[in-house]
Every structure is written in C-alpha cells, then in structure tokens.
Ligand binder design. Structure first.
Ligand code: ATP
Ligand code: MG
Length: 405
C-alpha cells in the first residue's frame, strides 16, 4: 500500500476496533489507481461526529453538522466524515439537510463522479459500486447517476467535471456536455470562493486547453466573474502554456493579461481574491507591460521590481513569445539581481539620522530625497555602500536635496 495510506491506517484501525466501519474514500483512491501523486487522504466512517471526537485525542470540528471532523494524526490533518446522504438541495448548491447513515454505498452514491466514488478498505481492497474503475480505464468523467440531476443539486460539479478533464486528461461524454450547457446558468448561485478553487486547478492542469474549450463550448464562461462576452479573449489564452506558471500571482497575471478587463483590480475583486494577491498581480502586469513595450532589464528596474515580480514578469513575457529562451531569460534576470550592490533600502549603510548629522541641516523631506539619491548612486556603481564613502559623497555632491528625483 502507498505510504500516504499507511500513515493514515491507525485512524482506520481505531475506528474499526471500536466497532465502526471505516474506509479510505474519494480523490486519494482515484489517484492511487491512476498512479498519480496522492493528495489528501480522506476517510469515511459509520461513526458519528461526536463519536469520532471521543475516539481521538486531537480533533478539529470543521463542520460536525455535515459530518466532518478533522483528526490530527502525527501532525497531519485527516478529514474523517460520517457516512451521509444529502437529501434536499437548496439554491442548486448546498444540501438543505444531511442525514447520517450506516451504508458506505449510500455515502458513495452522493459523490460527484464515478471515479471519485470509490472506496478502499484497510487491507487495500477497492470497493467500486458505480464502475469507477472502468471509467478510469476509459478516461471518462461520468456523474454518479443522471448528470442533469446531479448538476441541479450542486452546480459546482459542472466546473469540477471540466477541472478533472484538465487535471486527468479525461473526457466528458456528449450527454454530460449537453447537461453542462443546459445547466451552466445555475453556476450563478455558486459562491465565488468555490469557483476560484476549481478555476485555479483547471488552468494548472495538463489538459487546460481542452478544459477551456469546454468552458467555451458549454458556455460556462458566461457564468464566471468578469468573463461575460470574453469568448475571444478566452480563445486567445489557449496558446499560452499555463503548465509553466509557478504560482497564483503569475496565474492571475496571465489571466488578466489575456482577458483585458477595463479594470484589473475590479476584475480580480470580482473573483474575491485577497488584496495582497491583487497588488502582486498589478505589479507583475506593470513590469510585463514594460517588457512588451521593449524595455529591457536594467539594474534600477530590477531593483525597483524586486526579484519576485521581475521573474514573474519575465516568465510570462518569455512564454508569450515562443518560450524557447525562458530559462536563459530567467537566468539573466537572476544574475542581474544577484549583481545588485543593494537589494533593498534597508541594505544602505547609513541612516537618516547620520545623514542629518553630516549635512548639519534640520530634518525634513529632503532626507528621503537624499536617501533616494544615495540609493541610485550605489545602484549605478557610482558610490560604494559604506558609511565613510556615503558621508564623503554627501558632502562633495554639494546638493541640498530639495528638488525631487
Ligand atoms: P483533489 O485531488 O483536487 O483534492 P478530490 O477528488 O479529492 O480532488 P475534493 O474537493 O478534495 O476533491 O473532494 C473529495 C471528495 O469529495 C471527492 O473525491 C468526491 O468524492 C467528493 N466531492 C467533493 N466535492 C463534491 C461535490 N461538489 N459533490 C459531490 N461530491 C463531492
Ligand atoms: Mg481532495
């Protein structure tokens, strides 16, 4: 058995020895059979949330009313969920009520796709009531039960289906595609937070092109924030190799670059992204635009950008070209950055207080200007970053630093 499952085994052992049923379920079982890297190992059990809490020393109650308790085992969190059915759904998204049940089969039946509806027992035996294995073999994403019903219950499943197309390079049957097209509008009722997770995974998958084509063909895109009428822009994005993107900031910079919203900030806000991420994207876009305008990296520019924004802008810029020189270009940025005598204002070997003493002047805005001038002189290799040299330079350059730089 794979080590991720062996590590979680004591949780199953404890549940079973206490008289409950317990199984590995969902994505980890799928990924084991696909020989993909195993993500989170989730566990389903007949034990009720309060019973789970009693059995384990360290638990976190993340949603006991829905049956989920996190069990911390060797510092690793595991989601342990009570077998449940989701009876009625409200607003095409959340179940109105969940009922705890004792049947694994019923629990697996409520899951989205056959490939995600398999379980594995403690001995590694696969339990497959809905032909998940066969669909894995055929590379098919198929809902458990009728697609239109399952998408009506929870519209996010449509986006998840397309996300799995991207991540697994699987296909959707024609009827599933039709069901997505017919129900795409229900995505309006889904929270943006849930959509973000799926869209980020979708664009990071190996077959993102197929997935984006499906978003277009099934008109899902119209029900995603800021993408109404953006079919041409989404089509343009197909040529970009998203698999070489290395973080969320770069991902959203690239999306924003292609989508060309009137306001990047408003677009990113409509996706409810954190302010810090939005700021980083705006910064990346700024340097990307400079590169697109023909600007090359100078010491000053790279210092101002900082290494993260410089590398991200360079990566996206290179990938917008043929990408062939990506590594060379990134290395150029890295070595230029490495050669900077200072990386930050705080690397300066002088303080504002010392500058005031040397210049024998009253403190005022001129101090900041003096610091800026010192910074530039050091970056331009006109001045060495040591206290004595800087003091001499201040006295000899004979400026009052009143004008701005
Ligand atoms: P990943 O590897 O990206 O985590 P996953 O399949 O594990 O993929 P999760 O979101 O972690 O996806 O969900 C765990 C399991 O819960 C799924 O495999 C599936 O069985 C079930 N599941 C998740 N979301 C839904 C949903 N919206 N409707 C029905 N079942 C779902
Ligand atoms: Mg998972």
């Amino acid at each position: 058995m794979n080590s991720s499952f062996i590590e979680a085994k004591p949780i199953l052992e404890k549940l079973i020895s206490s008289g409950y049923q317990a199984f590995y379920v969902g994505g980890s079982v799928r990924d084991l059979l696909l020989e993909r890297e195993i993500g989170d190992v989730d566990i389903a059990t007949s034990a009720k949330p309060n019973e789970i809490k009693k059995l384990f020393r360290k638990t976190i109650d993340v949603g006991a009313e829905h049956g989920t308790i996190i069990v911390l085992h060797n510092e690793t969190p595991y989601e342990v969920t009570t077998f449940r059915t989701e009876t009625e759904y409200e607003d095409f998204r959340r179940p109105k009520s969940v009922s705890f049940i004792s049947s694994l089969k019923e629990d697996l039946k409520r899951r989205d796709f056959t490939i995600n509806a398999m379980a594995m027992d403690i001995d590694g035996e696969i339990i497959d009531y809905f032909n998940g294995k066969e669909d894995l073999y055929n590379k098919h994403i198929q809902t458990v039960g009728k697609a239109s019903e399952r998408f009506t219950e929870d519209a996010l499943r449509m986006l998840r289906a397309v996300r799995f197309v991207s991540q697994l390079s699987f296909s959707l049957s024609f009827t599933t595609q039709i069901a997505i097209r017919d129900h795409a509008h229900l995505l309006e009722s889904i929270s943006t937070e849930r959509k973000v997770i799926e869209i980020e995974k979708l664009l990071s998958g190996n077959s993102f092109q197929e997935a984006v084509k499906l978003l277009l063909e099934c008109e899902v895109y119209s029900f995603l924030p800021g993408l109404v009428h953006k079919q041409d822009e989404l089509n343009n994005l197909l040529v970009f190799d998203f698999t070489l993107i290395t973080n969320r900031e770069e991902l959203w910079t690239t999306i924003s670059y292609f989508i060309k919203p009137i306001s990047v900030e408003a677009f990113l806000r409509s996706w409810k992204l954190p302010v810090k991420l939005i700021k980083a994207v705006e910064k990346n876009l700024n340097y990307l635009q400079l590169l697109l305008n023909g600007q090359t990296w100078t010491k000053l520019l790279i210092y101002e950008a900082g290494i993260d924004a410089a590398l991200s802008a360079e990566r996206i810029y290179s990938l917008l070209g043929d990408g062939g020189t990506l590594e060379v270009n990134l290395n150029t940025v890295k070595s230029l950055y490495k050669s900077l005598p200072i990386k930050d204002k705080k690397d300066l070997n002088i303080t504002g207080k010392e500058i005031i003493e040397v210049m024998k002047k009253q403190p005022g805005p001129w101090v900041t200007k003096a610091i800026n001038a010192i910074e530039i002189a050091i970056l331009m290799d006109e001045l060495e970053n040591n206290r004595v040299a800087i003091k001499e330079w201040l006295l000899s350059c004979n400026q009052n630093f009143e004008q701005s730089y």
